[in-house]
Write a protein that binds this ligand. Sequence first.
Ligand code: PEP
Ligand code: CO
Length: 454
Amino acid sequence: MKMPDHQPWNPTSWQTRPVRQQPVYRDPVALADAVAKLSSLPPIVVSWEIERLRGELAAAQRGERFLLQGGDCAESFDDCESSTITKRLKILLQMSLVLTHGLKKPVIRVGRMGGQYAKPRSTDTETRDGVTLPSYRGDIVNHAEFTPEAREPDPQLLLRGYERAALTINFVRALIDGGFADLHHPEYWDLGFVGCSPFKAQYARIVASVADGLEFFESISAKEVHQALRAEFYASHEALILHYEQAQTRFIPRQSRWYNLSTHMPWIGMRTTQIDGAHVEYCRGISNPVGVKIGSGMDASWLQRLVTTLNPQNIPGKLVFIHRYGADDIESGLPKAIQAVKATGHSVLWICDPMHGNTETSQSGLKTRRFDNILRELELAGLIHQSLGSNLGGVHVELTGEDVTECTGGARGLTDVDLQRAYKSTVDPRLNYEQALELSLMIAERNRAPRRGE
Ligand code: PEP
Ligand code: CO
């Protein structure tokens, strides 16, 4: 059999491959109309931003930068409103500031936002009381309500998704350009949880040190930090619904290459990483940096073929392996994966998603994740990379800027009982504002270089 990666590629060549996780649109004409319309609309991002991100990811691969990728498991169309977007952006920027301070390297900020509207599902249909309907696949596909009308995949939602994504990115760009005056200054952060933490003293020291650093910077540059340092921010989403991705894929003559201009960095989810599958086929032809979720069950040859198919020329910053083994399995899975990639002679940027391998069901039946397991996986990830001479170049987290109770643990010691109070996710449990900030403080604390005299 001919290797799939040696065949010609175009934005629709994925349609010749086995494809998973796609909605069944009943009206092919309506689908073709929506795709044609989407193909004619202007892009959400541009190729030089994508190239800049690739350059920064190449630096992260060399250990000179650190990637923070985070946001909701799934965005919903209703969440496309100013306060939710502002809060999500704020927590990501605040985390990045703490991480920059602790790791002493620039942090690349990539949101799971502006297009994260589709979800893979374990089954194509859902049955309730003897009625079977298509599964809900995210707002860009159908509606969550359990009625035949709501669950029917609607191609017009591809256009509504594009519009919401564009509105979100437009607002994010404006916020970033204008700067959040209160963003950089810890005196405006919600740090009440610090008092509840056993690491109270360490956290207080980091926060004070961030504040001092900023004050010093502002006093010598005579500018507020957000005016002096533009905080670049990039968008990412799971490239799941391939008609959407295809329609926003453009050939840029100046670069002489194809780009997916719906987002800076698409990623391939765990359920769609088959080498001969449609998602890998689509992603191998675009010039964007591409993420791939890596986990238990993917053997050495699978990982190696992903590397050589998705980045045959070994371009730095092009391929990001996002490993998500779970705290219990990372020690058996990750070392083999690192060795397998090394054996190809190619490089990837390794980042750790400590969320998706640590999902469990609480006693009350809610999906949850324990803060301790999230931390444990992250710590093990760092140790394993170090012991193999590899580099953990980033972290991928699901979080929200709101005060939800979806993950247990953290400084406030949230328990299963607390989950009832403010559980809002319809998909995966997210770190809340405090837990997300605490996670970054903890990473900063654990990675801090010893001070003189210590
Ligand atoms: C996700 O990132 O929300 C997700 C579904 O992850 P994975 O593909 O790793 O299961
Ligand atoms: Co998720």
